[in-house]
Write a new protein. Structure first.
Length: 202
């Protein structure tokens, strides 16, 4: 009789230990999987929405810089001032090429948005090039009309900024979505952990 009782106690202890071990392993596996998923979401947020929005911010700054330096070119009193403005514009264009690559590589939205951005940029640059030639030829009045509120260059620039805003808005919404997903995942992890730990104490 005593041997039977000892056997039953041993069986219960073994079964209980096995259950606890199983729950601990399950807890570890679930924690690893969900931590990995959180890590992947964080990586996605950094490599895509965050990187794209940084590129957008720099692109907008360079568009503003080009506008400013073109006005400096128009108002230049000396050849040296003209060259300084031209050099500044050339540098801004180099930056724009880099920023376009960054945005294109990181953007998760429709490819059409990138194509529209490039098209709008090409059209704006084309009008600017024509205006640069007009300034060099002394046709300042025509250029001033073009860069005015309703002028051709102003319209092309505004269209470019609208294309930029489309990409920026998508990147922002994607970042919000990833953040919301990470919060949901965190809450799920906490709920599962509480459930498993509760089982350990039953």
């Amino acid at each position: 009789m005593k041997k039977i009782q000892n056997f039953r106690i041993g069986t219960w202890l073994f079964t209980g230990f096995t259950i606890i071990l199983f729950l601990v392993v399950l807890l570890g596996v679930m924690s690893y999987q969900q931590t990995r998923e959180l890590s992947l979401q964080t990586e996605t947020m950094y490599n895509h929405p965050l990187t794209v929005r940084r590129g957008i911010d720099r692109l907008e700054l360079d568009v503003s810089e080009l506008r400013l330096q073109f006005r400096n070119y128009i108002l230049a009193d000396t050849v040296e001032d003209e060259h300084l403005a031209i050099d500044a514009m050339d540098l801004a264009f180099l930056h724009i090429d880099d920023e376009l690559d960054t945005i294109e590589n990181g953007y998760l939205g429709p490819e059409e948005d990138i194509d529209n951005l490039k098209t709008a940029l090409t059209l704006w640059v084309s009008v600017r090039t024509i205006n640069m030639d007009k300034v060099a030829a002394g046709d300042i009045d025509e250029v001033l009309i073009s860069i005015g509120p309703d002028g051709e260059e102003a319209i092309k620039r505004n269209n470019l900024l609208e294309r930029i805003d489309v990409i920026d808005s998508y990147a922002q919404n994607k970042a919000d979505e990833l953040y919301a997903n990470s919060i949901t995942l965190h809450e799920t992890m906490v709920t599962q952990l509480i459930f498993i730990v509760s089982l350990l104490f039953l």
